[in-house]
Each structure stands twice: as C-alpha cells, then as structure tokens.
Design a protein around this ligand. Structure first.
Ligand SMILES: Cc1cc2nc3c(=O)[nH]c(=O)nc-3n(C[C@H](O)[C@H](O)[C@H](O)COP(=O)(O)OP(=O)(O)OC[C@H]3O[C@@H](n4cnc5c(N)ncnc54)[C@H](O)[C@@H]3O)c2cc1C
Length: 489
C-alpha cells in the first residue's frame, strides 16, 4: 500500500473514532418534577416530599374551583411552573400542587401598543415565538427562555438587559385568583401597593392567571467582547451605562485557580439600526462541545485553567458578530444538565451595589478557596449581570443599582456535604451583607433566617400582608416555612 493511502486511511479512522467518542458525550436530562405516586421534587431533587394531589390546569375557572375546594378541605396549595426554583418553592407536604404548564396560550400581541398578553403557564419560548413574527422582543427576561411567565414574575427574574429596570416594572396588568377563590385584575399605576407583594411573591399571594407585559423591538445588536482585569470592570460597567447604544451586557469572572477572581471578560450588545422581523428563533447548537468544555472545568485544577482559556477563545470567536434581541435572550441550557449520582449542581446569586464591586471581590479573594479541586464544594462558574434598582416589589434584591454574581456550584448530596455547602454559602452571604448586598431567593435554603431578614428588611411587611390576604395560609410552600414565616420572630 502506498504511504499516502495509509496516511489517508489513518486520518479517516481517527476521524471516525473522534465522531464516535463525540456522540458518546451524554446530553443528560435531569429527572425531577411532580409525582402523585412517588416523591415530588424541584430542579435539584434535594428536597423530596409526598404531595396529596396534583391538578393540571387548562382553564382559568378550574383555578377558582381548586382554591374553593382547598378551603373546604383545609388543604394547602402550591403553584408549579417549570420548577427551576430549587428550594421547595413549588410544593408542600400533603398539599395540592397546581401544575400550570398546560395553561400556556399567548392571548394577544398588540403591535401598536407593544404589549403581549399571555397565560401564566406559558414559557418565554412560547412568548418569543409569538413576538419574533412581529419584530418584537421581551424587555426583561432571564438569559434562557426555559421558564414560565408565572414562575419568572413570582421571583422577579433578571437577565442581560441593562435599560428596562426590573421584570416587575414591565407588567402592565395581571389577573390573579386570590386566597378567597376570586378573580382580581390589578393594573400598574393603580394597584402598585398590591402588585409589590404578588410580583416577587413566590406564589404566596394567589395564582397569577394571565399578564400583559410591555415589550420592545427585536433590535439587531453587535456583540463586543473585551478581556480585562478585575480592577477595570466597574469603570467599564459605569462607562457602558452612560452609553445609550449599549442595550445588554454580561460578563464572566474567572474561577480557574491561576486567575481566580482576577480575569474578566465582558460581552456588550450595541444597538444597530435594524429590527429583525424575519429570522426564525435560534435553537441549541454545539451542546456537546459546550458540555465537553464544562465537564473539563468540573475536574478543577489545571483542567479548569484550560476551560477558562477555551472560554476566552470562544469570546474572540463571537466578537463583532450580530445577534437579534430575542436570540440574545435564549442562550443554551442543555449542556448545563448534570446527573452524576450522589452529586448535585445548584445555583446561588449574590448582589452588591456597583460602588462596592471592587471591595467585595477583594474580600471574596480572601474568603473563597482559589483551587477547590480537592474540596467537596466546587465553584464552577460565576457570571456577572447588572440589575437596576427595583422599586416595584417588596422582596426586592436590587435595593440599589447592583451587580449580580450568578454562581454555579457543585457538592455532594450527603448530609455532611450539604452542611459544608451551607457553611461556605453562609460565609459568602455574610461578606455580601457586609457590602450592603443581598442574595436571590429561588434557590436552595442555605441562608439563615437572620441573613434573610438582613437582606430583606421588608420581609416583616410581606408576613403582615400574607396574614391579611391569606389568613389560613392556603398558598404555602417551603419558602414560606423556611423564611417568610419567621420574618417577625
Ligand atoms: C439553569 C437555571 C438558570 C437560571 N437563570 C436565571 C437568570 O438568568 N435570571 C434569573 O433571574 N433567574 C434565573 N434562574 C432562576 C429562575 O428564574 C427561577 O427559578 C424561576 O422561578 C423559574 O421559573 P419556573 O417557571 O421554573 O418557576 P417555578 O420554579 O415553577 O416557580 C417559582 C416560584 O413561582 C411560583 N409560581 C409559579 N407559577 C406561578 C403562578 N402562575 N402564579 C403564582 N406563582 C407562581 C411558584 O410557586 C414558586 O414559588 C435560573 C434557574 C436555573 C435552574
């Protein structure tokens, strides 16, 4: 055989083997959710519980019947969207769960007024499908579109937008079924006093039935990516806030051992003239590549250094590329799934005022392990977001213009591992509180009630309002029991 033929065969063989290995990279799906026969869990599966009844809702009248029935039977009600919350927010022992996922119609899109009216069990994907056809896009949403509208409003979510304020402030009008089993329609400007408890209210003040949201144009943006040192980040953030051309932003901060909390890269979205009326929404691509990268990072040590370098390479690839607003608000999520038995990956998020950013990161440098390869608790990723001051909700985490630190961490599921994670998160929360910061509430309940009360000084008013609106505590979940219930202790 000729030498060139042999080389060709060898290259072909390596190609086939690489392909085979490639397709073996598992794209797992977590098993979690509602179950009548087995245990009910949420996204982490860390707090399994047996519930009495699960009611899938398709029509609004069914909600009234469920609440009236629960009153008679003296049962509690919890409300579940897509259950990406992580601390038992969507179910309660021996209670009724309302499964909102089939209550998901987009009712109308008003192009003149730039609004969308939607049932609360719809996902942002459903809403984006309807808006994209009209050249419209959401004002504020998470960086992914895998959540329901009701679930997102009930945590008052945030994402990459830096111009439109809080998600709660984009609500024009909403209808709820209250604890007495009545429909109530509440309007922004007229009913703000009530809305502040329902929005960011974790399903404790009634079922959100449908909502009218302000939307905006599906503008085309150019992405600009910049590498910088941590000390240059806050000045960069201040400068883009003054620059009206920049509409969206996020950043990643290194958690790799050799540049831990020192290196940052930023992604700024600059407005172009064009509005996209025609492009189909982007789907997920290269999940396996992203999964391979994240799996490398999960090994810690030198491989985590390698993963950071890979991410830097990716940033260079997307620099100066165009993207429309809808696509910028639906980044990929499948690659994040993690299903190793005995381990779990969870999120935590901390917020500090922009003015505290540098001092806060300097202190975190002292408190957090730079190389956690050998530790049970491992920090895999920190993304930074800007979150504008929120005056629309009572449980407001953005008490000022804040920087959010979204932390992806992994730990074991044994009691001891959870205790270790708790210790680290409580320490991190103390540092955050010291810098006038807060933390996000949809996640696993690591924080103490005392930390909750410090981060949320309005919690007592939320407790009082709850006693007034729902004295029998019909709407109940573990967030109520772990935190709100103790707000006046
Ligand atoms: C991978 C991942 C990425 C995330 N990224 C972001 C992010 O970028 N930004 C961000 O802000 N958050 C983020 N989160 C958190 C997420 O926004 C919240 O967990 C959100 O609640 C998820 O929506 P859901 O439909 O899954 O709500 P669920 O978890 O089902 O419900 C959350 C809360 O809302 C209540 N609820 C649900 N539907 C209704 C209703 N119709 N009426 C009244 N109450 C209701 C529930 O009772 C519960 O208290 C992320 C979470 C994960 C797991």
């Amino acid at each position: 055989m000729k030498r060139s033929t042999k080389t060709g065969l060898l290259v072909g063989l390596v190609g086939v083997m690489t392909g085979v290995v490639w397709w073996q990279i598992p794209i797992e799906k977590r098993t979690y959710g509602l179950s009548q026969t087995a245990m009910t869990t949420d996204y982490t599966g860390l707090m399994p519980e047996k519930v009495a009844q699960i009611n899938e809702v398709k029509k609004r009248e069914e909600l009234v019947a469920i609440v009236k029935e629960a009153q008679k039977a003296k049962r509690t009600i919890s409300i579940a969207g897509l259950q990406h919350s992580q601390g038992g927010h969507t179910y309660y022992k021996d209670g009724i769960v309302i499964d909102m996922r089939a209550f998901n119609r987009v009712l109308s899109v008003n192009e003149q007024q730039k609004t969308v009216k939607v049932e609360a069990g719809a996902s942002w994907m459903d809403v984006q499908e309807a808006l994209a056809k009209k050249g419209l896009a959401l004002r504020v949403t998470q960086s992914q579109s895998i959540f329901t509208i009701g679930g997102s409003l009930s945590v008052n979510a945030h994402g990459r937008d830096i111009r439109y304020g809080s998600m709660a402030s984009t609500v024009r009008e909403l209808t709820i079924v209250n604890a007495q089993g009545e429909f109530e329609t509440l309007k922004r400007g007229r009913d703000d006093e009530r809305l502040q408890y329902i929005l960011g209210g974790y399903g404790l003040f009634g079922v959100i039935v449908d909502v009218t949201l302000d939307v905006t144009d599906n503008t085309v943006y150019t992405m600009h990516t910049t590498e910088m040192k941590m000390a240059d980040y806050a000045p960069h953030m201040r400068s883009i806030l003054k620059d009206d051309r920049i509409a969206m932003h996020y950043a990643r901060i290194s958690v790799a051992p050799n540049s831990f909390l020192e290196d940052v890269y930023t992604i700024d979205y600059e407005k172009m003239e064009a509005i996209d009326h025609t492009s189909p929404l982007k789907g997920e691509s290269s999940e396996r590549l992203s999964k391979l990268g994240l799996d490398l990072g999960r090994q810690g040590g030198a491989l985590e250094n390698g993963f950071w370098q890979l991410q830097r390479g990716y940033m260079k690839l997307i620099d100066d590329k165009e993207i429309n607003r809808n696509d910028a608000m639906r980044s990929e999520s499948t690659f994040m799934e993690y299903t190793k038995p005995g381990r779990v990956e969870v999120l935590q998020e901390f917020f500090v005022p922009l003015d505290e950013f540098e001092a806060y990161v300097n202190e975190l440098q002292q408190v957090l392990p730079h190389d956690d390869k050998k530790n049970d608790v491992k920090v895999h990723n920190i993304t930074l977001r800007y979150v504008a001051k929120d005056d629309a909700t009572a449980l407001n985490y953005a008490t000022d213009d804040m920087m959010g630190f979204v932390v992806l961490l992994q730990h074991g599921t044994s009691e001891q591992s959870i205790e270790e994670a708790k210790t680290l998160i409580r320490q991190w929360t103390d540092v955050t509180l010291k810098h006038e910061g807060t933390y996000y509430l949809p996640y696993y309940p690591y924080q103490t009630t005392d930390q909750f009360k410090k981060a949320y000084p309005n919690a007592a008013s939320v407790y009082d309002e709850k006693q007034q609106q729902d004295p029998d505590i019909i709407f109940r979940n573990y967030f109520y029991d772990n935190y709100v219930k103790h707000a006046n202790d």
